[in-house]
Design a protein around this ligand. Structure first.
Ligand code: B3K
Ligand code: ZN
Length: 873
């Protein structure tokens, strides 16, 4: 069978639903191979029309259809295809009952109802509910749910769904039941069911208005001791949302369930969040500091969705960023308030630049609010999430914290219980503040990263500094540009724009509101040559271009009061050097001296121990992907070689200081996952990475010692990651030792796969191929697939982009194989083949060849088809 090209769906075709569902009563007779689902829908016609009622349904075996208790006749009263059930002439108000059978055990897509670790669980966003029962599966249908579950009591003692449990009891033959009712109307994508044998960890939270909420985290037996961090994070998130947004939790219980097989991070189902166990379980021995911080961020993110997503939801999937951009911004600020603000912000921007900027300049580019899609699962992208968060952040930067809060208050008050659009959010921000956000729509409807050029002119005589900002391209956007001017003593000047009175709003950072294609802002009373610090805190998601000398960059790396820009200055210094050296390498010469950069990094090391988390980031050179992004076309192996050579030069030159810092960052206190300790460990690991880069024998011994002697996974894994680049037998032995210790722990085995996949060893592809046959690897488990195959394709540019195309071929084969089991995971892997236009011609054509092969393969999913065909276009 050949594949008819799947057709796109367009945002402009949105129509209000023909029928509304007010209530749905579900009965599940749970069985691993044959679960029976009865659905009782209370339906009302929407408007005046005589159209049939069309319900979505996939992979369902239809056993019965009834309207108001009367069985319907096929073809006459209803018709059914492999995607829809159509009810021919329904009355204006009626009860529709369907009975279907589904097979949770055979569900490898992990969408709908499936089995993980022997337990039943669900994933419905965006379109999984239609794999459970026939329904009008779109987010603007908000219904109340009552759910009855029946199962074998011994094997399935726990029965959970959304809302409150209103009944439970025993049935014949050792079975039992529970009935849950959710008082809040919700879209079908927020439905959840969990049934199985799990251990519960319990605590509580009392809201500001005095409501006691029972909190439970459900995990596999034996993992109870690894839930404390997730529980504490949940309590902090509940408190933070009250304090910062005035939003309280609205039910008496909140459940989190951890499962090992999950397509992404976690899911915000009403009062029953289901999580990838990777983002719940943590202890000192098995989780890194990064894991701890991801857990806090994701637990908070899913909790925050209770308001930004659940109480106020999306009208259609084109509005996805309405909930995701807003909720990412909320979780970013939560993390900033609980950690080091500048360090968190640097992390946000690094992620944005590593994933979203490339996406926005490649064939898969799309606006924050896309205009069309083939498969909505392909649009859970960094543009919708991370750029969407930047867009929300800009409202706050433009309006200030108070104005922004007025805007969110109005948004939640106006739209509570409704399914709305990005325009509604923008209107709430504007109306609450009497502000004009008309031009701001460009951030939602136009793809691409804007480029802003800056030029400064200090007039010594007039004592003015004129800053001209120019937006490239046809579309002028409305954006905040936060600016500081630094005096010769390293201190910020007090800023005043022309026309402002002396006692006007002068401060050291000013937010300029840029709206035109070109605007000049003139600061007065600038009596020494200032060093400008622009786009402080990364105030807009743009590429800023400005001439700046090495000396000014080094000065800002030492003195900029804005932590983000201080880091940015160092990155710019390093990027410039790396690009010059790449150019020189092509011409067969050495390129410029690294002295200015090494001096600057030396100064970072001098003060490193006082601000270790920042120093770790400042010491780390821009990644290979980021360097490639600065070039029209590139050779990733060459970038790797040049970057490694520079790392070695830095390590050789600063050897003694690196050793001293390593010694000074040895931990003495008992382990705690605090920002302070995590900062110290981050600096220690960054320094160890340089020490390893020097390639001396004593370095190998230090790696082995850190691997063996550490009492925590952060340090142990960092050492093992560096050892995985080595070919020495001791390094192999360490990898083997790690496997022996942790082979029973799937999350730790994921780390073991990931570091081998990211190894710079020449034989990495061969090893990855071999690891796909390892007993701990499982192509059905997304974590393992992303660790091993994703780790190779996304985190190892040098080995993935081998000039002979073997990496591309491997990836295409894996994506095709995974596609048969789990299309959304297969499609995500294939995104690694989308950037061929930015590669030198030889690799570019090898990459295209693989994409063509994928498109030409019969029977591929629409998910995979969309990524492959768009990547080629
Ligand atoms: N809303 C879910 C993501 C669903 C992804 C479906 N492919 C988790 C989140 O963003 O919070
Ligand atoms: Zn989300």
């Amino acid at each position: 069978m050949t594949h008819a090209a799947p057709q796109p769906i367009f945002r402009h075709d949105y129509k209000a639903p023909d029928y509304l569902v007010e209530h749905i009563g579900l009965v599940f007779r749970l069985d691993a191979e044959a679960t029976r689902v009865t659905a009782r829908l209370t339906v009302r016609r929407n408007g005046t029309h005589d159209r049939p009622m069309l319900l979505n349904g996939e992979k369902l075996v239809l056993d019965a259809v009834r309207v108001d208790g009367e069985a319907l006749a096929e073809d006459q009263d209803y018709s059914v295809t492999d995607r829809f059930l159509s009810i021919a002439r329904p009355p204006a108000a009626f009860v529709l009952e369907t009975e279907v059978t589904i097979n949770p055990s055979a569900n490898t897509e992990l969408e709908g109802l499936y089995v993980s670790g022997g337990n039943f669980c669900t994933q419905c966003e965006p379109e999984g509910f239609r794999k459970i029962t026939y329904f009008v599966d779109r987010p603007d249908i908000m219904a109340r749910y009552t759910v009855r579950m029946e199962a074998d009591k011994a094997r399935v003692p726990l029965l959970l769904s959304n809302g409150n449990r209103i009944d439970q009891g025993e049935l014949a033959d050792g079975r039992h039941f529970a009935v849950w009712e959710d008082p809040f109307p919700k879209p079908s994508y927020l439905f959840a069911l969990v049934a199985g044998d799990l251990a519960g960890v319990h605590d509580s939270y009392t809201t500001g208005s005095g409501r006691k909420v029972d909190l439970s985290i459900w995990v596999q037996h034996g993992n109870e001791s690894k839930c404390a961090h997730a529980m504490k994070s949940l309590q902090q998130a509940m408190k933070w949302d009250e304090e910062v947004y005035g939003l309280e939790y609205d039910l008496d219980l909140f459940n989190i369930v951890a499962v090992d097989d999950f397509n992404f991070g976690a899911m915000e189902n009403k009062s029953l969040n289901i999580f990838n166990s990777k983002y719940v379980l943590a202890d000192q021995q098995t989780a890194t500091d990064t894991d701890y911080s991801n857990i806090a961020g994701i637990v908070a993110h899913e909790y925050f969705h209770n308001w930004s997503g659940n109480r106020v939801t999306c009208r259609d999937w084109f509005q996805l960023s309405l909930k995701e951009g807003l909720t990412v911004f909320r979780d970013q600020e939560f993390s900033a308030d609980h950690g080091e603000r500048a360090v968190e912000r640097i992390g946000d921007v690094r992620r944005l630049r590593a994933a979203q900027f490339p996406e926005d300049s490649g064939p898969l580019a799309h606006p924050v609010r896309p205009d069309s899609y083939i498969e909505i699962n392909n649009f859970y992208t960094s543009t919708v999430y991370e750029k969407g968060a930047e867009v929300v952040r800009m409202y706050r930067t433009l309006l200030g914290a108070r104005g922004y809060r007025k805007g969110t208050d109005l948004y939640f008050q106006r739209h509570d219980g409704n399914a709305v659009t990005c325009d509604d959010f923008r209107a709430a921000m504007a109306d609450a503040n009497g502000a004009d956000f008309g031009q701001f729509e460009r951030w939602y409807d136009t793809a691409g990263t804007p480029v802003v050029k800056a030029q400064g002119q200090w007039d010594a005589e007039a004592g003015t500094y004129a800053l001209t900002l120019t937006q490239e391209g046809d579309v002028a956007r409305h954006m905040p540009v936060a600016v500081g001017l630094i005096g010769a003593d390293g201190r910020d000047l007090r800023l005043r724009l022309t026309g402002e009175s002396i006692d006007g709003a002068d401060s050291t950072t000013r937010v300029l509101e840029l709206k035109q294609k070109e605007e000049t802002f003139i600061f007065t009373s600038v009596n020494t040559r200032p060093v400008p610090s622009l786009l402080r805190g990364f105030s807009a998601p743009v590429k800023l271009e400005m001439e700046e000398s090495d000396a000014d960059l080094a000065f800002r790396l030492a003195h900029d009061s804005d932590g983000f820009n201080r880091w940015e200055a160092g990155q710019k210094l390093a990027t410039r050097l790396l690009l010059a050296r790449l150019k020189a390498a092509e011409a067969g010469s050495n390129g410029p001296s690294a002295e200015p950069l090494i001096d600057a990094l030396s100064a970072v090391l001098d003060s490193g121990i006082r601000e270790p988390a920042f120093a770790a980031l400042a010491l780390t050179l821009p990644g290979e992907g980021y360097i490639a992004e600065q070039l029209a076309t590139s050779d990733p192996e060459q970038i790797h070689a040049v970057r490694e050579a520079l790392r070695r030069e830095i390590a050789d030159t600063l050897w003694d200081k690196l050793q001293a810092t390593y010694a000074a960052t040895q931990g003495h206190e008992p382990f705690a996952a605090t920002p302070a300790q995590a900062g110290r460990r981050a600096l220690r690991n960054a320094v160890l990475a340089y020490i390893a880069a020097a390639g001396r024998r004593e370095a190998l011994n230090m790696l082995l010692a850190q691997y063996q002697d550490s009492d925590n996974m952060t340090e142990r894994l960092a050492a093992l990651t560096l050892l995985a680049d080595e070919t020495a037998p001791e390094a192999e032995a360490a990898l083997e030792d790690f496997h022996t210790r942790w082979r029973m722990n799937p999350l730790v085995m994921g780390k073991w796969f990931a570091i081998q996949a990211a190894s710079s060893r020449e034989d990495t592809l061969a090893r990855v191929l071999k690891l796909t046959q390892h007993p701990a690897f499982d192509a059905r488990n997304p974590n393992k697939v992303y660790a091993l195959i994703g780790g190779f394709a996304f985190s190892n540019p040098a080995r993935f982009n081998k000039a002979d195309g073997s990496g591309y071929r491997f990836l295409a084969e894996q994506a095709l194989a995974i596609d048969k089991l789990n299309p959304s995971v297969g499609a995500h892997l294939l995104e690694s083949l989308s950037r061929w236009r930015r590669l030198e011609p030889g690799r570019a054509s090898l990459m295209q060849e693989e994409l063509r092969r994928v498109v030409a393969t019969a029977g591929i999913s629409s998910d995979l088809y969309e990524i492959a065909s768009k990547s080629l276009a």
